[in-house]
Design a protein around this ligand. Sequence first.
Ligand SMILES: Nc1ncnc2c1ncn2[C@@H]1O[C@H](COP(=O)(O)OP(=O)(O)O)[C@@H](O)[C@H]1O
Ligand SMILES: [Mg+2]
Length: 240
Amino acid sequence: MPVIVFASSKGGAGKTTACVVLACELARQGFDKNIEVSLIDADPNQHSAAWAKLEGKPSNIRLYDNVTEENILDVIDQAQEQTPFVLVDLEGVASSAVVGAISRADLVIVPCQASQNDAKEAVKTIKTIKYGANIARREIPFSVMFTRLSAAIFTKTGKYLTQSFNEAGIDILKCSLIDREAFKSIFSFGGSVNALKTENKKEQISLDKAAKNSENYAEEIKRLLKKGIEQHSERSITNV
Ligand SMILES: Nc1ncnc2c1ncn2[C@@H]1O[C@H](COP(=O)(O)OP(=O)(O)O)[C@@H](O)[C@H]1O
Ligand SMILES: [Mg+2]
C-alpha cells in the first residue's frame, strides 16, 4: 500500500504540517470505508506524534512514534501490510533514516516555502531522493509542494521558483498549502481542520477554505499515486 514520505533538509519547510493535514484528510475521506492511515513519526522532535497524542485524532489514524534509523524500515513494512496509506514524517536532515524511508517511498513530497533558501534545500533533498532511488534500483516519484503560500497573492519569488523548477523538469504539486491559522491551530488544539470550531463568521470562512485546501491536496495525491501505480503496472506488463 502506498508509502508517502515527507522530506526536506530544511527544518520549518512544512513537512509535519503537510503530513498531518494529509493524514487527517485521507482519514476523513476513508472513515466510512474503514480505511486506516498510518502516521510514522521518524523525527526525534516528535511533532506529529505530539499532535496525534492530543484529543481529536481521527480514530482511523494509527500512530507509530519514536521511530529510529534502526527500526524505520521494519516499521514502514509493518504499517504497509496493515493500512492502505502510510505517511512518514522525517527529520530535516539527510540521515540514513531519511534515505531508508525514501527508498521505500511510492511518492516523496518535498515541502518548500516560496523563498530562494527553501528552494535550494529542496534541490538538495531531490539529490537525496535520487540517491535513495539508486539504492532501491528503481525510480522514486517525487513532487515539490509549495507551503505557507499567501492566500492573497502569488509572489514574484513564487513565480520565479515555479519557472526554475519547471525548467529543471521538477514536478510541483498543483495544490499548495496556503498559510492559514487553521493549519497551525491543529497542533495546539488537536484533531483536523474540519473539527476546529469558531463563532466568528470571518474565521469560519477561513476554516472552510483550509478544509477545502486539504481536500484538494488529498485528491491530487490520490491521483498521483494512481498514476504511479498504473505506470508501474504498464512497465511490468511490457517487461513480461
Ligand atoms: N500552511 C501553513 N499555514 C500556517 N502555518 C504553517 C503552515 N505550514 C507550516 N506552518 C508553520 O510553520 C512552522 C514549521 O512547519 P512544520 O510543518 O513544523 O515544518 P517542518 O516539519 O518541515 O519542520 C510551524 O510553526 C507550522 O505551524
Ligand atoms: Mg517536522
